[in-house]
Write a protein that binds this ligand. Sequence first.
Ligand code: KG4
Ligand code: ZN
Length: 337
Amino acid sequence: MTKTIRILGIESSCDETSVAILEDGKILANLIANQEVHSKYGGVVPELASRAHQQNIIPTCVEALKQANLELHEMDAIAYTQGPGLLGSLLVGSSFAKGLSLGTGLPLLEVNHMQAHILAHFIKDNESTPELPFLCLTVSGGHTQIVLVEAPLKMKIIGQTIDDAAGEAYDKVAKMLGLPYPGGPLVDQLAQKGNPKAFQFTAGKVKGFDFSFSGLKTNVLYFLKKKQAEDQGFIEMNKEDLCASIQNTICSNLINTLEKAAKKYGVKQLAIAGGVSANSELRKRLKDLESKGYKTHIPKFSYCTDNAAMIAMVGYFKYLEKDFGSLSRIPSPRSTF
Ligand code: KG4
Ligand code: ZN
């Protein structure tokens, strides 16, 4: 009988402190401490995020072990987010992971956060698992990428945003509409009650399979300024239609580009990942591609936004390859794969 492999995962790249325990890809614990402190500032304040990580990381880890009914020495390795992300936040998670590794002798596994969003699809209790090769549209607060996945650890970015990420676009227009941070989920909720054809907005046109969302932000800003000058109550009166129209623009752009890439690469398996893959319209649009002969994969809702289970999942694949990390490796805010 083969030995089970238990990975302790640590995620601290942005404003969620998360610790998970995975046994052969099955979750035994996946705890997330959210940081409320940022909402009143309209965005993540890096220094406050690192301080909150410092406060949260030990209790979250202790609780995860308790929930899994396991002790540290029963783990096989410690996986942590090496990047990309906020440097101060990454330092808390990486230092904690290295401390645990030094204290226990357990090997370290360095994980790329964007790769982790994609491999969240391989956590055991998802509805479906993509077959290789597949294309993944990874859409988060800091990144928007189309990735060709040939093997769990063999990925190639074939398209990405040249400016703002899709999640960033959601959050910035939400702020213009007077919604608190993070605005993405709120725009999604309001959009469901609005008319997506009410207003015409445009996402940037770029070559190949790249994206551009900074023009959309300016487009919405000037439109709102003009309309508010005519009628002070314009935003309040039209919030749902505005959200639906903006959401329509973002999702159409994302899905059309993914479909274009799928045709070019001849790939029939399509997936979405990252925080914005929690979006109801994006999930629906991806599913609609099934009528065109694609097999689509949507991660379980709780694996879309940042969590340590996905970090442990990459750790598991790296453990199988004996691709261990080192105590001297420093976290990298812009690391890529
Ligand atoms: O992957 P994630 O949790 O963190 C990063 O790695 O950035 O993504 C966070 C982003 C935020 O921009 C948030 O507004 C967006 O995901 N988001 C959504 C939804 N849920 C989260 N955007 C649109 N619709 C949603 N339902
Ligand atoms: Zn993320």
